[in-house]
Ligand binder design. Structure first.
Ligand SMILES: [Zn+2]
Length: 468
């Protein structure tokens, strides 16, 4: 309590409340005490009522650079594009300069001393880390009044004063000029949506102040993982999901696949253990597919049959879509397309169609199985880096991460994919007939006519279903 409160001066808020009530009682002015409800802003973490306490602070200028910062926001490429608006809106909404001094125990000390006699502010020479509240002052006398007594600053910087230097630090600003020149601005910032107004904004401000430059060429903003009811996680809500037990149970690749395939880039997503478990099943599927294929020797070349060309055409399709998406920093498309390819086409249809040929040593089937596995592992490696690498090292030797992105085989006719729906429908139909008749899938079946459009695949289909 300040001077203005008279007899309450010097007390903390709670004590002042007590004393005010006592005083009312003493003066006979207290009529009654009863509970009432009223709105008070509280801290979301401690739940304490918020008090306004005025104090002096250091500020960094930002308002006068507003237009420059907005221009830099337009110079950076955003993914998704719409999240640039988060930065622009924040920049537009600023009403004060940035208060950068804080009263906290642990953070980067503000390197300043003050002259005890005249109050002059003194900054030490650069190049050393200073703790002014503890270290002796690095000056012999005040340049203004000649006094030799100083008081060290005991406040620290706001968190983002440090965090906003990450791009300068990583590109070795002022320590390796050649490296800095080659790497600044940094190619990519990847960060969450909730810290655009802090991490991204302050990094942009600092890069402007220090280099008059944008901090990054591209910015990838990802969404938030929410709880099952779609709420952001807060300690006070008790809904924080610790990822570590999920990763330990289902694997890191399953977690990564889940996040990549759950939403379009930049959207929030609900964390679901069932879906992480589903992604883990996909990893197991990949493992089993690889084990099957690795049982066949990989021929140098193979004579391709229509079924082989068909799956290679589908693989071309997958590579093309995934490459475009990856270049656009979109993990949603490759993760989902890969899953559809392996789970819905390659394993149930193609593998079953060519199994017999592969066992007999047919080079076309064996070559295609390996080509698909090799390319698939390279294609999925950015999203599932651990399992793809483990498989690649075991089957093909060397790390998948040292391989180039797979390239489409132009010699495979695109038109082969026209058969996809018909193959899937035909196989589904035969499986259903056997199921309906209570027959095991490997039993012979007669009376099935192969549709004219599937004639090129007839031999493989007949052997797959044992059609008489
Ligand atoms: Zn002085």
């Amino acid at each position: 309590m300040t001077e203005a409160t008279g007899f309450l001066k010097g007390l903390k808020v709670d004590a002042a409340r007590e004393k005010a009530i006592d005083e009312l009682r003493v003066r006979g002015a207290l009529d009654k005490i009863e509970p009432i409800q009223h709105q008070t802003p509280i801290c979301s973490r401690s739940l304490n009522p918020i008090e306004f306490i005025s104090s002096d602070a250091w500020y960094l200028k930002q308002l006068e650079f507003r237009e420059d910062l907005k221009r830099l926001a337009h110079e950076m490429e955003f993914r998704p594009l719409r999240h640039r608006q988060l930065l622009l809106d924040w920049t537009e909404s600023l009403t004060i300069d940035w208060p950068i001094s804080r009263r906290r125990f642990y953070h980067t000390e503000i390197p300043l001393w003050y002259c005890k006699k005249c109050g002059e502010t003194l900054a030490p020479p650069p190049g050393k880390y200073y703790r002014p509240w503890k270290d002796p002052a690095p000056f012999s006398k005040c340049p203004k009044c000649g006094s030799s007594e100083f008081v060290g600053e005991d406040r620290v910087f706001d968190t983002w004063m440090d965090s906003s230097v990450s791009n300068l630090f990583l590109t070795r600003y002022r320590s390796d000029p050649a490296f800095f020149k080659a790497n600044f601005p940094v190619s990519l910032r990847c960060q969450g949506r909730e810290i655009v107004r802090t991490w991204l904004y302050y990094t942009t401000l600092k890069s402007w102040l220090v280099r008059q430059s944008k901090p990054f060429h591209r910015v990838f903003i990802h969404g938030l993982g929410l709880d099952a009811r779609g709420r952001a996680m807060h300690r006070t809500l008790g809904n924080v999901i610790d990822p570590w037990p999920l990763i330990k149970k289902h694997g890191a690749d399953a977690m990564r696949l889940f996040v990549a395939s759950e939403t379009n880039p930049g959207d929030d997503f609900r964390i679901s253990e069932a879906k992480v478990g589903g992604a883990a099943k996909f990893v197991t599927k990949l493992w089993n597919v690889a084990r099957f294929i690795s049982s066949f020797e990989e021929p140098k070349e193979g004579k391709l049959l229509p079924s082989d060309e068909w799956i290679l055409a589908e693989l071309n399709h997958l590579m093309e879509a995934s490459r475009g998406a990856y270049e656009d920093l979109n993990l949603f498309v490759p993760s989902n397309r890969s899953r559809e390819f392996l789970w819905n086409l390659f394993a149930p249809h193609y593998m079953e169609m060519v199994k017999a040929r592969a066992y007999e040593g047919d080079t076309g089937a064996r070559w295609t199985l390996h080509a698909c596995l090799r390319d698939f592992l390279r294609l999925l490696a950015p999203i599932a880096p651990f399992s793809t690498d483990k498989i690649y090292r075991s089957v093909y030797h060397g790390s998948v991460h040292a391989e180039a992105f797979p390239v489409e085989r132009e010699e495979i006719p695109r038109s082969r994919t026209e058969a996809t729906e018909k193959i899937v429908a035909f196989n589904g139909d035969v499986w259903k007939r056997k199921r309906d008749q209570g027959l095991p899938l490997n039993v012979e079946l007669s009376g099935i006519v192969i549709p004219a459009e599937l004639k090129p695949f007839e031999d493989d289909l007949r052997r797959m279903h044992r059609l008489a």
